[in-house]
Design a protein around this ligand. Structure first.
Ligand code: AMP
Length: 180
């Protein structure tokens, strides 16, 4: 089965393209739109993302705006979990809590609804890509502030040189499909 998973992941890898100097000079942007466009990789990606978490009784997948929404809802559906969006400031309509984290230049803030889930809910945090890990760490803070338990992290791609994993707590299950 691991061999099949590896073959699927190799197919997924071929459907991620690198766009140099986007959105600014020096950034190698990992574009997942080909993964979404191909019906086979669209279906396979959420299945492969879900499998390591099937036995973990996930209550909610928390997806990070905006590319964490693309597979996050499918992933939640595959795990028979709910989906909760984390968004940029001012986008969520009801009461929110927020977390601010440092970027290379400046800082960023993310928000989640205060009534997103009940105390003790089992949460899987998902995004398309982990770079420094700053946004996933801030998402962890929000989940924990509301009394949720982060039991897993799921990313399609990691930028291996940045080793963002080191900025996240070690206990939850971490699944990354592709290291670039
Ligand atoms: P970080 O908080 O540093 O882990 O950055 C992760 C977030 O930034 C994710 O939401 C990614 O979609 C986005 N991101 C950062 N770097 C890249 C990149 N090189 N290609 C595509 N998305 C990126």
């Amino acid at each position: 089965m691991d061999e099949v998973r590896q073959q699927i992941i190799d197919l997924l890898r071929r459907n991620i393209r690198n766009i140099p100097d986007f959105p600014k000079q020096g950034i190698q942007f990992k574009d997942i739109t080909p993964l979404l466009k191909n019906p086979d990789t669209l279906e396979l990606t959420s299945q492969v993302l879900a499998r390591p978490f099937r036995h973990l009784d996930i209550d909610y997948v928390v997806g990070l705006e905006s590319r964490g929404f693309l597979f996050g809802t499918n992933l939640a559906q595959d795990l028979h979990a709910g989906f909760i969006p984390i968004r940029k400031p001012g986008k969520l309509p009801a009461d929110t809590i927020s977390a601010t984290y440092a970027l290379e230049y400046g800082e960023d803030t993310i928000e989640m609804h205060t009534d997103a889930f009940n105390d003790g809910s089992r949460i899987l945090i998902h995004d398309d890509l982990i770079a420094t890990g700053g946004s996933a760490k801030a998402a962890t803070e929000l989940v924990e502030k509301l009394g949720g338990q982060v039991v897993g992290y799921s990313f399609i791609v990691e930028l291996a040189d940045l080793n963002g994993k080191k900025n996240l707590p070690g206990d939850p299950k971490m699944d990354i499909l592709i290291s670039l």
